[in-house]
Design a protein around this ligand. Structure first.
Ligand code: NAI
Ligand code: HPV
Length: 525
């Protein structure tokens, strides 16, 4: 039974879903990094929000971990390259809390426009300072949207409803989408110069870090009000403090900080400054959404291999997963076969599918071929890290889907290119379920790949099979299955046999010395 740790505060529905689906679950929140490291080894899945930091050290200790599920959007608290290298899938719930976060941005915009927190404090202190608080309307004001993705678009929609003019800066926003959203696509300088309110909705990346830098804050319109419900680090906090003190920026509302929890900050107490403790996603509705989604996605993955919303591997629906399962076994075997036969000599790989296989999602088949191929170099390769390892080795990858009718109702072909040219192996499914090799380097051989095998290329001549059988018999090695094919009578013959015991180097050398043998390799699957 897989075991999951929920390490951040999550709606109880998450634990309930795991249990209903037969997954053991522990809810242990608020642990330090060392405590997490000490316990993580026993879990197959880790469900988190933003508090748990899934660092390289945590991943190194996570010897059983297969999936990290983020009940929310931002995954900057997860070292994704380290997770990928370790073969751990990282998934999030990209839509579950977007409305809620957009609403929080709008709420903060209004709070800034009317100085609500300060007015509340003063009124409850019995001051009735009616003349101190003079706000601004948002109607007809320009809202500058930095980042026009899921949350940004919802903010734009609400702001347009409030009769604001929305200008958006997002390098990935197409002109068509801008028209659809009813916003004007602008460059950053234009936005800074025109916006009465600025709201940020981008992830924190190299290109967005300090996007509101000291220099860019200086380009804003005097009296601008700024909202950040995305990530700390998008605004230079020290520069923001200066701009608030000087009165250039009239107000700023931050839900997120460079360092969280932000229990102290030079910004605290600055006139015009409002803050909330990373509450963007904190509504009942959003937390129910993300808890259900993350638990269902993680359970699908742990129980059936279905992959949804993964950031480091292609998606695979829970319905598709069982259909693809035998193909993935076939693909992994074909990859392992060419990987063991050609090793470092491989420069490029082409993966072709035809017949029934061409109707399926090809990405998992490709991932499985690469996992088999890269598995030659490491025991910890799986479908998640194999594509990254292949890229690191500079392997050129090509995927081809054929519409044509071939000799087989379904076929997967893996062709590798080495200095000697292109070499290919192909396999099919017997009875839609059992993987079968059908061709190796141009020779038709039907074989079950599995266990320990011997691959022998020899000159097709009488007496060879007898001599090989005797050599194996003398070494007390029992033959399990025996598959034979040849390029032409009297030409090159190919033998693939499974044996019940490992073949040591001495026996391999003996076989290689038999008359007529061109190649002799031991394989394991
Ligand atoms: N405060 C909170 O509790 C919450 C914060 N968030 C944060 O909100 C942010 C946005 O979330 P979504 O809208 O769902 O993401 P998204 O991926 O749908 O949209 C992000 C947008 O930023 C744009 N972008 C990327 N680089 C940019 C750049 N250099 N300049 C301008 N735009 C750029 C992208 O093209 C994309 O359209 C994320 O960082 C997420 O972590 C999300 C949920 C809750
Ligand atoms: O979903 C996100 O990106 C958020 O920032 C929400 O964070 P939280 O789950 O409230 O810790």
């Amino acid at each position: 039974m897989p075991k999951v740790l929920i390490s951040d505060k999550m709606d109880p529905l998450a634990a309930q879903i795991f249990r209903n689906r037969g997954i053991e679950v522990d809810e242990i929140t608020g642990k330090t990094k060392d405590e997490l490291i000490a316990m993580i080894g026993q879990y197959d899945g880790l469900a988190i929000r933003s508090a748990t930091k899934v660092t390289k050290d945590v991943l190194a200790a996570a010897t059983n971990l297969k999936v990290v599920g983020r009940a929310g959007i931002g995954v900057d608290n997860v070292d994704i390259p380290a997770a990928s290298a370790k073969g751990v899938v990282v998934m999030n719930t990209p839509f579950g809390n977007s409305i809620t976060t957009a609403e929080h941005a709008i709420a903060l915009m209004f709070a800034l426009a009317r100085d609500l927190p300060e007015a509340d404090k003063s009124t409850q202190a019995g001051k009735w300072e009616k003349n101190r608080f003079m706000g601004v309307e948002v109607t007809n004001k320009v809202l500058g949207l930095i980042g026009a993705g899921n949350i940004g678009s919802i903010v734009a929609d609400r702001a347009i409803g409030l009769k604001m003019k929305v200008v958006a800066y997002d390098p990935f926003l197409t002109p068509e989408r801008a028209v659809e959203m009813g916003v004007e696509k602008v460059n950053l300088d234009d936005l800074l110069a025109r916006a009465d309110f600025i709201t940020l909705h981008t992830p924190l990346t190299d290109s967005t870090k300090n996007i509101l830098s000291k220099e860019n804050l200086a380009k804003t319109k005097k009296g601008v009000r700024i909202v950040n419900c995305a990530r700390g680090g998008l605004i230079d906090e020290a520069a923001l403090k200066e701009a608030l003190d000087s009165g250039h920026v009239a107000g700023a509302a931050l839900d997120v900080f460079v360092t969280e929890p932000a229990t102290e900050s030079p910004l605290f107490g600055t006139p015009g400054f409002i803050s909330t403790p990373h509450l963007g996603a904190s509504t009942n509705e959003a937390q129910v959404n993300v808890a259900i989604q993350v638990a269902e996605q993680m359970a699908d993955f742990l129980l059936s291999g279905g992959v949804t919303n993964a950031l480091n591997m292609p998606s695979l629906s829970a319905e598709e997963a069982p259909k693809l399962k035998p193909y993935m076994a076939l693909a992994e075997h074909l990859g392992a076969l060419v990987g063991q036969l050609e090793g470092d000599a491989i420069k490029a790989v082409a993966i072709e599918v035809e017949g029934a296989a061409a109707e399926l999602n090809q990405k998992p088949i490709t991932g499985a071929v690469l996992a088999g191929l890269m598995g030659v170099y490491s025991d910890t390769v799986n479908m998640v890290n194999a594509p990254f390892l292949a890229k690191e080795r500079g392997l050129d990858l090509r995927e081809v889907r054929h519409d044509r009718e071939g000799d087989y109702s379904t076929l997967v072909r893996v062709t590798v290119t080495t200095a000697e040219g292109a070499k290919s192996v192909a396999g099919t499914l017997f009875a839609n379920a059992e993987p079968r090799l059908v061709e190796i380097y141009g020779v038709k051989v039907e074989a079950d790949l599995g266990g320990t095998m011997l691959y022998i290329v020899n000159v097709d001549a009488p007496g060879f099979i007898g001599r090989l059988g005797s050599t194996l018999g003398e070494a007390n090695v029992n033959i399990g299955t025996f598959h034979l094919g040849r390029r032409s009578a009297g030409g090159e013959a190919v033998l693939l046999l499974s044996v019940d015991t490992p073949v040591d180097d001495a026996l391999k050398a003996k076989i290689a010395q038999l008359p007529g043998v061109k190649t002799a390799k031991a394989l394991s699957f």
